[in-house]
Design a protein around this ligand. Sequence first.
Ligand code: FES
Length: 153
Amino acid sequence: MALSRLDQLYRQVILDHSSHPHHHGNLADSSQKVELHNPTCGDVVTVEVKLKDEIIEDIAFSGHGCSISTASASMMTDAVIGKTLAEASQLSELFSDLVQGKDVDATALEDGAMLSGVAKFPARIKCATLAWKALDQIIAHPDVKEYKEEIEE
Ligand code: FES
């Protein structure tokens, strides 16, 4: 079955983010760092942020994962940089709703909105949310400098 033009565009943007991820690497001056494992596949993502007055001044991610998890992490960093923790939390909830197939206005997620198709592949939802869940830990515990965990089954 041929892909629609929109599906092709989405696929291209996702491929671009996975092959040339934004904010990929480490922060020399991070204030919080969370490493999260996906126990299903063994993949891992580390998200680091530099917080100043509850604002995400800088963010980076590293680790190894599939193309969906890498693309999603890249899109997440673009969407939350410069945002307050409260705004980032709202974006994380919005993304979670989006990949669960809820009918939401995902414009605020920027390129992340293009991962709506993940809802059709439940096994990939964990891939798409891995970096967002790492960010959620930072939002929930901004006083913790470094943290490691497995996401829940
Ligand atoms: Fe491991 Fe996607 S297969 S994060």
